[in-house]
Design a binder for this molecule. Structure first.
Ligand SMILES: [Zn+2]
Length: 161
């Protein structure tokens, strides 16, 4: 039976919230059979529609199956794709869970954030995790629940300074 090679694109669409201090984008999706895919890249573009300083972004997160020594590396890139000069702040929180852990996340990485991002600039980070047990590694490779919270701020300056 041919397994569809398509990534879970259908499930990937953000919920957007515009707040007092910035704009939030929330993505949640399942990533199935990473072990068979070897790697899969989450690649999404989004825009803030901010009435003061609108901005657009490209988010890329690469998931690879667990290495033989149990390490997981998840590189994250958030690139600002507009050319406006207003420096903005961006922050991403990543939550990765398997199908077994109900409440505790398999791993929740510390948030990554960076201020002063101009058009064309980017934030880069890499999440590194070690999964000591073969069961954990197998679960990681089989099914993951992934959530990203991305916050863009410093655009509407009314509440700052
Ligand atoms: Zn704004």
């Amino acid at each position: 039976m041919a397994e569809s090679s398509s990534a879970p694109r259908g499930n990937v669409s953000p919920e957007k919230y515009d707040g007092k201090y910035g704009h939030t984008f929330y993505y949640a999706f399942n990533l199935l059979k990473l072990g068979d895919k070897e790697s899969w890249t989450f690649r999404e573009e989004f825009s803030t529609d901010c009435p003061v300083w609108p901005s657009s972004w490209l988010c890329e997160v690469v998931f690879r199956k667990v290495l033989d020594d149990g390490h997981v590396f998840v590189p994250i890139t958030l690139k600002r794709t507009d050319i406006a000069g207003q420096p903005l702040k961006i922050r991403i929180e990543t939550y990765i869970n398997d199908e077994v852990n109900d409440r505790d996340f398999m791993f929740d990485a510390p948030p990554t954030e960076k201020g002063g991002i101009l058009g064309g600039h980017e934030l880069k980070d890499i999440i590194i995790k070690h999964l000591p047990s073969p069961e954990e590694r197998e679960r990681f490779n089989r099914k993951l629940h992934i959530k990203f919270f991305i916050y863009v701020s410093s655009c509407h300056k009314t509440w700052e300074k």
